[in-house]
Design a protein around this ligand. Structure first.
Ligand code: HEC
Length: 458
């Protein structure tokens, strides 16, 4: 992303072409029954853990359910699975696990969903009394890479000091400032995060600060890092990375990079889940410099909508549309809401009117926020539109509602405030930095469009 052109989220919200809420076409969230699975049952009492169930669990669950990983128990042996067979059958049936929240749409990198057949197999095996079978039939456990996924980073930076979370209490969000020490601007092709302690690190967001504000906040707060109510507490010069269980940073394609200005600070926000024991974390960040010349900036644009959610409204819908000013290539989309969010959908409309789904998260879960990276980058010609539609449940029926009784909720940084946005990660096709062809930032374009509209309406 281009930190010089990108403005903060709140600011972007005022620049965007805001359209008034209208009834969205998707069904009311939270009320859809889980769709029945299509499964042809196998002959009775023939399914075993070793032959039928282990291959599914080892390749879809063990990545998180193994020693030292984020899940609270391992699923790497017959004993592990047998004692939880009922719960496993239930959570896979509801598609709660594996925690892949997007509905089927375009193919995403690292997409992790069980097929109906796999769900049916697990359920039949559980219902028929969890037979073990012959351990000789067990598949090999996949090799989980231990080191950096993108190879040795060009620069490894880490939290200046370890941070200890208490045994109990509410989840903790803490921001840590790590100076890059860059004496010149750098182009980055990947930012890989290595959580220091996977028992408690739930997710990590990486921001750039060029204002020095994060250092000030750090200095004012005793102990390592600083706390805010939810956001990072300064106007981010761009989110340049993120980690959630199962998410792996990817190098951007050759010739594409993110600019980190000299003297910038990297600020990581870590969400800690407490696990009953005090635990210490010191998370590391691996920075990979772009190889060869960078021709296009990787841009991150937040498509934002204004929100003001009345108390008690169980299905408050908002929508926002932005024009795509030039031919662009979209690489990923990351929706973001807080606790009241129920459903969020982002799609593009091509100049001819054809709709392209980008992402739909029908049961929003604050705990599992993914960046959805397209296997095939999506080409959007200038003149397309991108639309975000979301709905919120601010009723007392929503078990995640932080307010009892419900209160009107607006945009804000606290987790108990709300947000509504989708980060769009893209490059502009006509940009060629190596040939001296630069293009204006999309924020500039939208500001101009906004000014033109204002003039026209005077
Ligand atoms: C991306 C990481 C990840 C993957 C992949 C994953 N899990 Fe989990 N699982 C978790 C975490 C973390 C929890 C703890 C609860 C939570 O935070 O949602 C959990 C909880 C569970 C629970 C307990 C749920 C409850 O309500 O008590 C079961 C059962 C489970 N997982 C089964 C599975 C199965 C089966 C698979 C594979 C088909 C799987 N998980 C894949 C991370 C994962």
């Amino acid at each position: 992303m281009n930190q010089r052109l990108l403005l903060g989220l709140i600011c972007a919200a005022t620049l965007l072409a805001l359209t008034p809420p209208r009834a969205a076409s998707n069904p009311k969230p939270g009320t859809a029954a889980p769709s029945p699975i299509s499964y042809s049952p196998r002959p009775a009492n023939t399914l075993t853990f070793s032959k039928d169930v282990a291959p599914i669990l080892f390749s879809n669950c063990a990545v998180c359910h193994r020693t030292g990983e984020v899940a609270p128990f391992t699923l790497t042996s017959y004993a592990d699975a047998a004692k939880r067979a009922k719960t496993i059958a239930s959570v896979v049936g509801k598609r709660v696990m594996p925690p892949w929240k997007a509905a089927p749409g375009p193919a995403y990198v690292d997409e992790c969903r069980l097929t109906d057949d796999q769900i049916g197999l697990i359920q039949q095996w559980a219902a028929e009394g969890v037979k073990e079978g012959n351990p000789a039939d067990l598949p090999a456990m996949p090799k989980f890479p231990d080191g950096w996924r993108n190879g040795e980073p060009d620069l490894v930076i880490e939290m200046p000091e370890p941070y200890t979370v208490p045994a109990e209490g509410r989840d903790i969000y803490r921001n840590f400032v790590i100076p890059t020490g860059f004496t010149e601007d750098k182009w980055l092709s990947a930012v890989e995060i290595r959580p220091g302690n996977r028992r408690v690190v739930h997710h990590v967001l990486v921001h750039l600060d060029v204002s020095g504000k994060a250092r000030e906040l750090d200095a004012q707060d005793p102990g390592p890092g600083y706390r805010t109510g939810g956001g990072v507490g300064f106007r981010s010069a761009g989110q340049i990375g993120g980690w959630a269980p199962g998410n792996v940073a990817r190098r951007s394609p050759d010739g594409v990079g993110v600019n980190a200005p000299k003297n910038s600070d990297i600020v990581i926000q870590v969400h800690y889940n407490l696990n009953g024991k005090p635990e210490t974390d010191r998370t590391k960040i691996g920075l990979y410099y772009a190889k060869g010349p960078v021709d296009k900036r990787a841009r991150l644009f937040p498509l934002v909508t204004r929100i003001n959610i009345p108390a008690g409204d169980a299905d408050h819908r908002v929508t926002s549309t932005m024009p795509v000013p030039a031919d662009v290539t979209l690489r990923s989309v990351m929706p973001h809401m807080h606790l009241l969010g129920r459903d969020i959908r982002v799609f593009a409309t091509l100049p001819g009117g054809k709709e392209l789904p980008l992402v739909h998260v029908p049961e929003w879960d604050f705990n599992w926020q993914n960046s959805y990276v397209f296997q095939e980058p999506v080409k959007l010609p200038g003149g397309s539109k991108i639309t975000l539609e979301a709905s919120y449940d601010n009723s007392d029926k929503n078990p995640r509602n932080p307010n009892s009784p419900p209160k009107a909720v607006r945009w804000g940084e606290q987790t108990t405030d709300e947000m509504c946005l989708a980060y769009l990660n893209f490059t502009v096709d006509s940009e060629s930095l190596t040939q001296g062809k630069t293009v204006p930032g999309i924020s500039d374009y939208l500001r101009k469009a906004g000014e033109a509209r204002k003039k026209a309406s005077r």
